[in-house]
Design a protein around this ligand. Structure first.
Ligand code: KG4
Ligand code: ZN
Length: 343
């Protein structure tokens, strides 16, 4: 069986084709991605209407690319999966509309996928896939959650952020430091030459005893320091503040992940979402978990941020387990706000 997957929930258009054998692991045949980052950079963030229009421009050429690379024809596709939510309504509608129209033309069913389930299951795209059950740390631009994952579709929330997401904390702090959007990777790069102890930044809720997060206070503290540094901070001061900010965010993520692992007694951690690409987070998780005999799984670096492969993979795993509610009537609805696990 062949699954074509579309991702268009935010500022990346992703398309991928996955082969689903009856019982062996699904196999990624080809994928293509277009990032809109440079288009939104001038505005300091994603402009929803521009995002939707660009998804329209990109999705069919990317699909042709994927089919050509895999040597398959559109007629070979059995199921078309798309990100149904959460995300930007207009952007989601592009992926959903194209998926449903294409499926109608081919007389094939569609399958709407939850974007976070895509992130959560993205480590199954790597050769060294995790086994269930595991604790998942989902850290993206819009979400920061710790979940217990017993199988595909069996997710139990252990804790989440009460305000900003970890990616937002990176992006907002980076903006305050004058770095381009999205700031996470830029801040991480600047932090390389900085001293993480130079600024004493708060770790909100570090000692709450629960695996939940708060990042809003940290952003305010960064703002205070930026103001204190004045008009023309030195390159070293900026690097020091970047390093201190990154250290605070990473410490919160690591400590809360360890707490969730301890609470559940599980020995496997899966890190997913864009912030999972952060090198310091990976190093510190590896060190802390290594000491406790906990295995940490990460998606490939290129699959940490939004992509079509994770959507096709989530669909493939659902199909293999007979857990997919396929749609054949040409109707569709996107879900811009959608809690993972909610009906
Ligand atoms: O999962 P993702 O691509 O999109 C959402 O679904 O939100 O995550 C994007 C987020 C952004 O906030 C970006 O700054 C952050 O991931 N990010 C990073 C790094 N790479 C991406 N944050 C810190 N360090 C990185 N290396
Ligand atoms: Zn995402």
């Amino acid at each position: 069986m062949l699954v074509l997957g579309f991702e268009s929930s935010c500022d990346e258009t992703g398309v991928a084709l996955i082969e689903v054998p009856p019982s062996a692991a699904p196999r990624l045949l080809a994928q293509a991605l277009h990032s809109q980052i440079s288009m939104h950079q001038a505005y300091g963030g994603v402009v929803p209407e521009l995002a939707s229009r660009d998804h329209i421009r990109r999705v069919l050429p990317l699909t042709r690319e994927v089919l050509a690379e895999s040597g398959r024809a559109l007629g070979d596709v059995d199921v078309i999966a798309y990100t149904q939510g959460p995300g930007l309504a207009g952007a989601l509608l592009v992926g959903a509309g194209v998926a449903v129209a294409m499926a109608a033309a081919l007389n094939k069913p569609t399958l709407g996928i939850h974007h976070l389930e895509g992130h959560l299951l993205s480590p199954f795209l790597s050769a060294d896939a995790p086994e269930f059950p595991f604790v998942a740390l989902l850290v993206s631009g819009g979400h920061t959650q710790l979940m217990r994952v017993d199988d595909v579709g069996q997710y139990q929330m252990l804790g989440e952020t009460i305000d900003d997401a970890a990616g937002e904390a990176f992006d907002k702090s980076a903006k305050l430091l004058g770095l381009p959007y999205p700031g996470g990777p830029h801040l991480a790069k600047l932090a390389l030459s900085g001293d993480p102890k130079a600024f004493d930044l708060p770790r909100p809720m570090l000692k709450s005893g629960k695996p939940d997060f708060s990042f809003a206070g940290l952003k305010t503290a960064v703002l205070t320091q930026v103001k204190r540094l004045g008009e023309a901070p030195t390159e070293q001061e900026r690097a020091d503040l970047a390093a201190s900010t990154q250290a605070a965010i990473v410490e919160l993520l690591v400590r809360k992940s360890l707490l969730a692992l301890k609470e559940t007694g599980l020995k496997r951690l899966v890190v997913a979402g864009g912030v999972g690409a952060n090198a310091l987070l990976r190093a510190q998780l590896n060190a802390s978990c290594g000491k406790r005999g906990i295995r940490v799984h990460y998606p490939e670096l290129s699959l940490c941020t939004d992509n079509g492969a994770m959507i096709a993979m989530a669909a493939a795993l659902r199909l293999q387990r007979g857990m997919a509610t396929l749609n054949r009537d040409g109707a569709f609805a996107v879900r811009p706000r959608w809690t993972l696990g909610a009906a």
